[in-house]
Design a protein around this ligand. Structure first.
Ligand SMILES: [Fe+2]
Length: 269
């Protein structure tokens, strides 16, 4: 279960987190490892989405001038942009590296067709949100109402989260594949993906991944698989002074922390 930092709403809802397969399935076949690693990654995406849905309603927009704060809104928009880039990066890595490796090793060209199709169901919505978060000026930003950010998120959050749950179930059916071959295909896909990352990700995707990955979840885990020095580099260099990371539900070392914006912040405004 999630180690919530307090009784206040946290990033384990409204969309439920995925139970770790290796906690309940005792099988040395590598499909359990692959499904568990994917569950950690998907929970990272889900926590980010939940953190936005939990906190954005408590960031006043310019329609309430008395409580509106340009910096808070600008930071929220940048956070949402980075979350979109994190989600897009995950799916691009899968489509470009991981899925082809699985299909090559198994000799089954259509093996990952279902998740590929599911990606197409939320692709346009993700693009709309990314465009909104990137182009909108803080004064023009609205959470509620027609054309507001909530409406854009609501338009695709169901197919997105359905996919994040369904892909784990697909991987859990890979027990019939060769265990060593599957593990090698997974590791190779990860290695190629890491080698193809670019420097820009260190300012956007990495701080989001590190701040949405809960290392205490269900007894502990080592996700994301990055060098130990990375959280320090992100904290003291790449993310330094960037207010958007206040929206992360964990610190850069994977420790859950109370959400920065909530019903409690409204009182002090
Ligand atoms: Fe995935």
């Amino acid at each position: 279960m999630t180690t919530r930092p307090s009784d206040a709403p946290w990033a384990d809802g409204p969309f439920a987190l995925i139970p770790t397969p290796s906690q309940r399935i005792k099988d040395s076949h590598s499909y359990v490892h692959v499904a568990s690693e994917m569950a950690y990654a998907h929970n990272t995406l889900l926590r980010g989405l939940n953190a936005i849905l939990q906190q954005a309603p408590h960031v006043p927009d310019a329609s309430t001038p008395a409580t509106y704060n340009t910096k808070d809104v600008g930071d929220l928009l940048f956070y949402v942009r980075c979350w979109c880039e994190m989600v897009n990066h995950h799916h691009e890595v899968e489509e470009t590296f991981i899925f082809p490796e699985f299909e090559k090793f198994s000799g089954q060209p259509g093996l990952m067709e279902d998740p590929r199709h599911q990606h197409s169901l939320f692709h346009d919505g993700m693009e709309r949100l990314l465009a909104y978060a990137t182009a909108t000026k803080p004064d023009e930003y609205r959470w509620l109402g027609d054309g507001g950010m909530k409406q854009i998120i609501d338009s695709f959050s169901k197919p997105l989260t359905d996919h994040l749950y369904a892909e784990i179930e697909i991987l859990l059916k890979f027990g019939h594949l060769d265990s060593d071959g599957l593990r090698k295909a997974w590791d190779k896909g990860e290695e190629i993906a890491k080698a193809n990352g670019n420097l820009g990700l260190l300012y956007t995707v990495f701080p989001c991944v590190l701040g949405c990955a809960d290392k205490t979840y269900e007894g502990g885990n080592e996700f994301p698989p990055l060098p130990w020095v990375m959280p320090y580099l992100v904290k003291y260099w790449f993310a330094r002074g960037v207010g958007a990371w206040r929206f992360n539900p964990c610190d850069f070392f994977g420790q859950p922390r109370p959400l920065a914006f909530g019903p409690h912040t409204a009182k002090s405004l």
